[in-house]
Ligand binder design. Structure first.
Ligand code: KG4
Ligand code: ZN
Length: 385
């Protein structure tokens, strides 16, 4: 099955062509084309993602990015195709909020043969509504123009299943599986007792962990996105054998549930900074180090608790923050030392942050189940189920 996958939930315009073979018990994925255009530089001056700008950029870039991904997959053959007037009308209707895109879209479709894909997969949530809508409308227009089936994909499922990929293969895993999803928008513990069926067992009550990283980074004048920057500084302190200088709180560490809270930790960093008269580079490094330690301790403790409460056999980390070296290392050590019966899956670095390959992988499983839809709505608060 060849899947054209589209991801526009946040600030990356991403399109991939993924070829999948196999089934639920063992599936092989080959990436035929993968193009990702990050808007990080544009959003940097706002210190975070600016939704209207994200939407406009997606609308501008989706066609070139799709063309590039199809070209990489050797699926572009120039030709003159005549789109039925009826279909053109429907496409214009679908893309009426993006009038510039609408004309370029029809020109694009009329200039190439229908590519050799079997299905189109698109993220329909969760994420920024305006950004999601552009991708969803674009995917619907493609499905209509090429007469291909369309599957709506939950972004979080994309993070979970893509983290299971090892050397291009996803083998059957032992259930229950627990996923710790940590990104700029989410901090969730998701339990999978049956394959591809989810139960949300814990989540943040305020800031997402990536958001806390980004906000703390901003307090110490590090550029957006702050997660990787904090991580770099914290690693420097560890290399030098530095101690934890600031004792930041570990919010909800001892609460019996699996929920998280990071707002208090963030505020504690803010007050600590206020108390320092001249914040030096050394202070910033120590803040980053102490903050990262506090976050990691909470993530690990809550995850271990959920593992014990639910007899978890497989642990998966996913989302942008799972790129963090310290978090990966501590989870590896803890699982090896304390829960050696649990299989731990960490996403390949290139699959940690948002991408379309993960949407293609989830798209395969959903297409196997024939979960096709003619009309898709974006749902910014879509949860896993
Ligand atoms: O999954 P993602 O690309 O987008 C969302 O769906 O939010 O995650 C982005 C988040 C940002 O908050 C970024 O600061 C954080 O992931 N991040 C990191 C690291 N790399 C990215 N946080 C901590 N350490 C990292 N190495
Ligand atoms: Zn994400």
């Amino acid at each position: 099955m060849k899947i054209l996958a589209i991801e526009t939930s946040c600030d990356e315009t991403a399109v991939a062509v993924v070829e999948a073979t196999g089934d639920d018990s063992s599936a092989t994925f080959e990436v035929l084309g993968n193009v990702l255009l990050s808007q990080i530089e544009l959003h940097r001056e706002y210190g975070g993602v600016y939704p209207t700008l994200a939407k406009r950029e997606h609308a501008k870039n989706l066609i070139p990015v799709t063309r590039a991904a199809l070209t990489e997959a050797s699926m572009i053959t120039s030709n003159k195709i005549n789109l039925d007037a009826n279909v053109q009308e429907k496409i214009k209707e679908l893309l009426h909020r993006e009038p510039d895109m609408s004309d370029a879209f029809i020109e694009f479709i009329q200039g190439i043969e229908i590519p050799d894909i079997d299905v189109i997969a698109v993220t329909h949530g969760p994420g920024l509504a305006p950004a999601l809508w552009v991708g969803v409308n674009f995917a619907q227009a493609l499905a209509l123009a090429w007469n291909k089936p369309l599957v709506p994909i939950n972004h979080m499922e994309g993070h979970i299943v893509s983290s299971l990929l090892q050397d291009g293969v996803i083998e059957k895993v032992e259930l229950p599986l627990l996923a710790l999803l940590i990104s700029g928008g989410h901090t969730e513990l998701v339990l999978m007792k049956e394959w591809l069926s989810y139960e949300l067992i814990g989540q943040t009550r305020d800031d997402a962990v990536g958001e806390a990283f980004d906000k703390v980074a901003r307090m110490i004048d590090l550029p957006y996105p702050g997660g990787p920057e904090i991580s770099k500084l914290a690693e420097l302190v560890r290399k030098e054998g530095g101690k934890e200088v600031f004792s930041f709180p570990r919010p909800m560490l001892h609460s019996k549930d699996c929920d998280f809270s990071f707002a208090g930790l963030k505020t504690s960093v803010l007050y600590t900074l206020k108390d320092i008269e001249n914040v030096t580079e050394e202070d910033k490094k120590n803040i980053a180090h102490s903050f990262e330690n506090a976050v990691t301790e909470v993530l690990v403790k809550k995850t271990l608790q959920a593992i014990e409460d639910h007899g978890v056999q497989t642990l998966v980390l996913g989302g942008g923050v799972s790129a963090n070296h310290h978090i990966r290392r501590v989870f590896e050590e803890t699982i090896t030392n304390k829960h050696s019966g649990v299989s731990l899956f960490l996403p390949e670095p290139k699959l940690t942050t948002d991408n379309a390959i993960m949407i293609g992988i989830a798209g395969f499983y959903r297409a196997l189940r024939k979960e096709f839809a003619d009309e898709i709505s974006a749902d910014s608060n879509l949860s896993v189920h």
